[in-house]
Design a protein around this ligand. Structure first.
Ligand code: BAL
Length: 390
């Protein structure tokens, strides 16, 4: 059996009645597939790009016009080799990314987000500082110029997660996402709030936790719709307060550009971004890279594993969830892909009015709890069974 079959392959192989039951359980109400140009699909087969396009349901309102946009997620293997010269790695990766961005544009995307640190292999596993040379400034330089040109060419808002070199602050390295508007202008950047210390994700050797809070970007799409977007970078998906903070700052769509492997997080992947969408009444876009990256030199990570040159398979499986919990099928576990989802941003308020999580959240209750927890003299609230009393 193909080791990269995903759950949808299994669900789709079932007789229709069983398929409907399992699909409803796994994904909620079935999303509608968007018919795509057959010439485009055949062209993409040659380029080995998987393109999926769906439309999510939303009621029409009497007093508000629909605010429909197409959001796209791009997942991809690192197109070059970590053993290649750095300039060659950038050349090959940016050429491949151009094909993927062009695909999102051909499918009508208004906003597209790439995967975490898309310009490089996920080098942070190695703890080697040689890779710092691949870090790029957010607002100018090769990656910014490339994304800006693509955004302007296709009149698309593009979110570009990068290994950032902050030259204004003594060349410090960050894990960041740079946002470019549909005219190709640099809008701003946002950085990774939670840095992993798990397995081979030795990212703390390169950058520290962000200090710029939870900025939400109001962007004008080429169809005139204004969307409020946030970016929760990778490890931040494990932290519910991170999602909450972007939603409290007004995000309607929160993108989660990630890079994570099958030996670590795959059982959690389909849960966390979907739960965040439900809990915060937002759209979430979970994006993961694909492929296995083999580095020139062996490395260890202090987890008693023998020295190794790769740290597992990035399993892709990117997907979108709506505020009401409806989610798209995922992209594949192993192929470069573009997932385009047509959404009506009005669904956020419709869901909030229905469930009222914004009313029942008890912010002051958790403010007090967190305030107490952050104090040195914090005492956990406990009630002890008399049978346990010494
Ligand atoms: N990028 C760290 C691994 C994870 O969050 O699953």
């Amino acid at each position: 059996m193909n080791q990269h079959r995903n759950v949808l392959d299994v669900v789709d192989s079932l007789p229709d009645e069983q398929r409907k039951v399992l699909y409803r359980e796994l994904y909620g109400p079935e999303v509608e597939s968007i018919e795509l140009d057959t010439e485009l699909i055949s062209r993409l087969e040659e380029k080995e790009i998987e393109l999926k396009a769906y439309k999510m349901q939303c009621k029409l309102e009497e007093l508000r016009d629909p605010r429909v946009v197409r959001i796209a997620a791009i997942q991809n293997k690192f197109a070059s080799s970590p053993s290649a010269p750095f300039a060659e790695q950038w050349q090959i990766m940016s050429q491949r990314m151009a094909e993927l961005i062009d695909t999102a544009a051909a499918a009508g995307a208004h906003i597209v987000c790439l995967q975490e640190c898309w310009t490089t292999a996920f080098v942070m596993a190695t703890r080697e500082k040689i890779w710092n040379a691949m870090a790029v400034p957010a607002a100018y330089g090769p990656a910014a110029d490339f994304i800006s040109a693509k955004a302007k060419e296709h009149r698309m808002v593009i979110l570009s997660p990068i290994l950032e070199r902050d030259e204004a602050h003594a060349d410090t390295i960050h894990n960041a996402t740079a946002i470019f508007n549909a005219a190709g202008q640099f809008v701003g950047k946002t950085r990774k709030n939670h840095i992993p210390r798990v397995g081979d994700f030795n990212e703390a050797n390169y950058y520290t936790e962000a200090t710029d809070g939870h900025p939400v970007f109001e962007v004008l799409c080429s169809n005139g719709v204004v969307a409020r977007i946030g970016v929760n970078i990778c490890f931040g998906r494990h932290h519910p307060l991170n999602w909450l903070s972007y939603s409290l700052n007004g995000a309607e769509v929160i993108f989660n550009p990630s890079a994570t492997t099958d030996g670590l997080s795959e059982p959690l992947w389909s849960i966390e971004a979907r739960n965040a969408a439900i809990a915060n009444s937002v759209y979430t876009v979970a994006i993961n890279r694909v492929g296995t990256e083999t580095f020139p030199r062996e490395f260890t990570s202090g987890d008693m594993k023998p020295a190794h040159k790769d740290f597992g398979h990035f399993y892709g499986s990117s997907y979108v969830t709506a505020p009401n919990g409806q989610r798209t099928p995922g992209l594949s576990r192993a192929e470069d892909g573009v997932l385009v989802t047509e959404v009506d941003l009005n669904l956020q308020r419709q869901t909030r009015d229905a469930w009222m999580f914004n009313v029942t959240m008890r912010g002051e209750l958790y403010r007090d709890m967190l305030q107490k927890y952050c104090e040195a003299e914090f005492v956990p609230q406990r009630v002890v069974d008399p049978a346990l009393k010494r």
